[in-house]
Write a protein that binds this ligand. Sequence first.
Ligand code: NDP
Ligand code: 8X3
Length: 255
Amino acid sequence: MKKTALITGATSGIGLATARLMAKNNFNLILTGRRNIRLLSLQEEIRQNTESKVFLLNFDIINFRETESALNQLPEEWKEIDVLINNAGLALGMNTINEGVIDDWEQMIDTNIKGLLYITKLISSGMVERRSGHIVNISSIAGKETYKMGNVYCASKHAVQSLTQGMRLDLLPYGIKVSSVCPGAVETEFSEVRFKGDKTKAAKVYEGFHPLVAEDIAETILFILTRPKHVNIDDVLIMPTAQALTREFKRDEDY
Ligand code: NDP
Ligand code: 8X3
């Protein structure tokens, strides 16, 4: 029997690749994001290529009421969610702390920390009742180290690391698995979002080395989800071969 998984931020990058891979691997999917046109086209693609069912929820995760009301719309047969992939997230700007942009800080904190918390609260209550489930938090190498001008984004991902541990402790009595995945540089829309649509600046991030692609992270997530019942992968740090620290790359080489 297929499991039901909800993926936040399935309109792009890691969430999109994970949706595609999980659809081919025996999961029915609830896919979420703000860009509904992309969700609709992904639903159609999955319908044409796989046996998986897809249900779409179009909402902004920074708004608790919107998130709650979206989940309340789920038909009965979609309410039992076995897997939650907390992927929606973003970085905005790179500034020293004294030059920080308040709106950027708020958007990062509201999405990466508060949004993740809202949906986890709403979905984990059902997991607790059923005494089963798996939550995978997409964190980052930025949750393990801090780089110059990455202050608030890094802090938000450190919070995800801490929340992952907190969730694991709180949900331990119910047999619910909690994992985190910490990628290094993955070429997605992430840098375009960070640099507010500046494609040249975004492309520079990945210049001269072979970054991870979203499919690398999707495969890691699928591996985590398909371990036997007694095995939980707590945390995975996955980096491009050409990256050793957040800001340490081997560029201009065939890596
Ligand atoms: P993308 O920008 O390609 O995808 C981000 C996804 O998050 C989109 O689907 C977007 O959907 C969704 N999202 C953002 N804000 C909101 C919101 N307020 N409400 C609902 N959905 C939202 O980036 P990635 O795929 O790279 O990022 C996915 C995760 O991976 C993030 O948490 C990021 O921090 C993390 N990560 C990325 C790395 C990288 O190098 N790319 C490295 C390490 C971690 P929409 O805009 O349609 O709402
Ligand atoms: C994304 C990776 O190094 O740009 O989480 O912060 S980094």
